[in-house]
Design a protein around this ligand. Structure first.
Ligand SMILES: Cc1cc2nc3c(=O)[nH]c(=O)nc-3n(C[C@H](O)[C@H](O)[C@H](O)COP(=O)(O)OP(=O)(O)OC[C@H]3O[C@@H](n4cnc5c(N)ncnc54)[C@H](O)[C@@H]3O)c2cc1C
Length: 340
């Protein structure tokens, strides 16, 4: 039996999720289980792929690979009839409450659109660093602070955030330095005072490259010829938010580039939702998954209300009454009396 919304909009999906990372897959599982016609369009570059062992995701006491989490998420979503296709959406428009998505391979149409396109953490511009991403070069102390306890840590950055990162890392290690990589320090006086007060060394020289072996950082090599023995690098260079589709549709974006949402992950554009790192969520997998689920619930409710208002549910029910058995069988035998 077809679902209610299929009656009025052929060739148009009930929901399209752009982005098959952690937030998008979580939404697809919920929407599939809610019997919605859901399509996930994904270009295949989830940040989760960078993490070899996720240690902070509920239910995996021994950790789980980011790739494995994604693979299982796809299998789980498909189990509930969510379709997942590989494509990159390059343009979007809306016409009469229908979103039209232009992909590199195909054009898609949908009534509800969830943008779960994520972000890109910019690594420091230092030769040798990229090879160590997710192994000894990190972006997030909530994700990775715990695994670097007692190690030698360099925070590469030159702003207030870098100073606060260094202060925060003191919980995990006594050996923390800030490396500005030859750039002018932009931190304010208060942050400069904290660096002095907490005796955090600052390396101001240009970093020529990073010495590493099997993705494990050994040292920072400065242009001056000196080395600093370091085990891990964190950086505060910033993020690129993949917000273009929401922007194109007129959604409000904050000054950092994050898509503004309400508690139900609704953007300022009717029918358009956003979830995961592209919103003001703290960029964590479990939060992205939770937001994806919350967005899916809101979309499901929204479609339900629409089907009542448009009488699509009514027409669906009429078809059910014609085709299906709609009344449970009632037994004719009387209940036995209990003996006194
Ligand atoms: C090195 C590293 C280590 C990390 N370690 C941890 C950790 O240990 N624990 C933790 O909680 N978090 C960790 N994170 C963060 C975690 O990866 C993110 O929080 C999570 O992946 C965010 O999920 P998301 O769905 O918002 O975005 P993503 O998972 O990045 O997914 C976004 C998806 O959208 C797709 N997409 C983007 N634009 C388009 C488009 N136009 N058309 C089609 N598809 C598109 C992308 O290809 C991608 O697949 C780490 C991140 C990095 C970089």
């Amino acid at each position: 039996m077809k679902r209610p919304a299929d009656f009025d909009e052929p060739n148009c999906r009930e929901v399209i999720v752009v982005g098959g990372g952690i937030a998008g897959l979580s939404a697809a599982i919920y929407l599939g289980r809610a019997q919605r016609d859901v399509l996930v369009v994904d270009s295949g570059h989830s940040m989760a792929k960078w993490e070899p062992v996720v240690q902070n995701y509920l239910g995996f006491p021994n950790g789980v690979g980011g790739e494995e989490l994604l693979k299982n998420g796809r299998t789980q979503a498909r189990r509930y009839q969510a379709r997942i296709v590989r494509d990159k959406i390059t343009n979007v428009s809306s016409r009469k409450s229908i979103f039209v998505l232009k992909g590199r391979r195909k054009t898609y149409r949908t009534k509800r659109l969830l943008v779960a396109t994520g972000i890109f953490h910019l690594p420091p511009e230092i030769p040798g660093v990229k090879e160590c991403l997710g192994h000894s070069m990190f972006f997030c102390k909530d994700c990775d602070g715990h695994r670097v306890r007692g190690k030698r840590i360099a925070i590469v950055g030159q702003n207030n955030e870098a100073v606060e990162y260094a202060l925060g890392m003191l919980h995990y290690s006594a050996c923390v330095i800030v490396a500005t990589n030859g750039k002018r320090a932009l931190w304010d006086r208060q942050h400069a005072r904290w660096l002095e007060e907490y005796e955090i060394p600052v390396a101001r020289k240009h970093i020529r490259d990073v010495l590493h072996r099997k993705r494990k950082i050994r040292a920072l090599k400065f242009a001056s010829g000196q080395d600093a023995k370091i085990d891990y690098i964190f950086t505060t260079r910033g993020d690129i938010f993949y917000n273009q589709l929401a922007k194109k549709l007129g959604a409000k974006i904050d000054s950092d580039g994050q898509i503004k949402i309400d508690q139900c992950m609704r953007t300022s554009v009717p029918g358009l939702y956003a979830a995961g790192c592209v919103t003001p969520a703290n960029c964590q997998m479990i939060i992205a998954a939770g937001q994806g689920a919350a967005a899916a619930q809101a979309i499901n409710r929204d479609l339900f209300e629409e089907s009542l208002a448009s009488h699509a549910l009514r027409r669906f029910r009429e078809a059910q009454l014609e085709q299906d058995k709609t009344v449970p069988e009632i037994s004719k035998s009387k209940p036995k009396r209990r003996k006194k």
